[in-house]
Design a protein around this ligand. Sequence first.
Ligand SMILES: C[S@@+](CC[C@H](N)C(=O)[O-])C[C@H]1O[C@@H](n2cnc3c(N)ncnc32)[C@H](O)[C@@H]1O
Length: 195
Amino acid sequence: MIHHLYAACEFFKHIIVLKATDRCILELKRWLDTRTGAFHWGHATQLHVDTEGKREQLQDKEEKMRSAVQHVMKCDFEKENIIEPLDLPPADCIISAWLLDVISKDHDDFRRCLGKFSRLLNPGGHIILIGTLNATYFTVGKDKIHILRYDEDLARKALVGEGFVIDCCKVKERKVVSDVCDAKAVIFIVAHKEK
Ligand SMILES: C[S@@+](CC[C@H](N)C(=O)[O-])C[C@H]1O[C@@H](n2cnc3c(N)ncnc32)[C@H](O)[C@@H]1O
């Protein structure tokens, strides 16, 4: 997914994207390098341009993102340092969208994963966490994928427990009727790592 990066590249000029599989890395690099056969993200770009109401051209928007994303790297939350064997200078901001919901085995694990993000951040650095509330599954084709069920209170407590201060939290109730996913709402939290 690249949706969150459209807004991010307006504010951050040096973005590193972390992906779990070689296939994900290959696909994103193919798009960044405008190579033949790259996935066509035009629909997402169009949606972003329409939502922002700016007169920016589709192509300009994509170019801006391509120049901001400087590296695509492998990560694995099974490891203590998720980018092992590499290290990076501490980040000013981490955006995590619909990731912890899928990879966390339970609520303790959700909290441990937040701790792993914290280690990659500057003191005072921000995390933007996006996830689904009270969901148990989503489907991809015929596959049903498990989601960790949690609520706003759990997400807040997990962040605070890992040394974050919550700056803003918004919950958007779900209006779409579909059995692709049983989420009740989407949560957006901005927090910063205590200095
Ligand atoms: C619902 S998707 C979230 C997509 C995410 N926002 C993105 O842009 O890649 C869940 C993602 O978790 C990744 N994943 C699964 N196990 C992982 C692990 N141990 N460490 C890191 N990511 C993992 C999968 O590759 C998948 O892309």
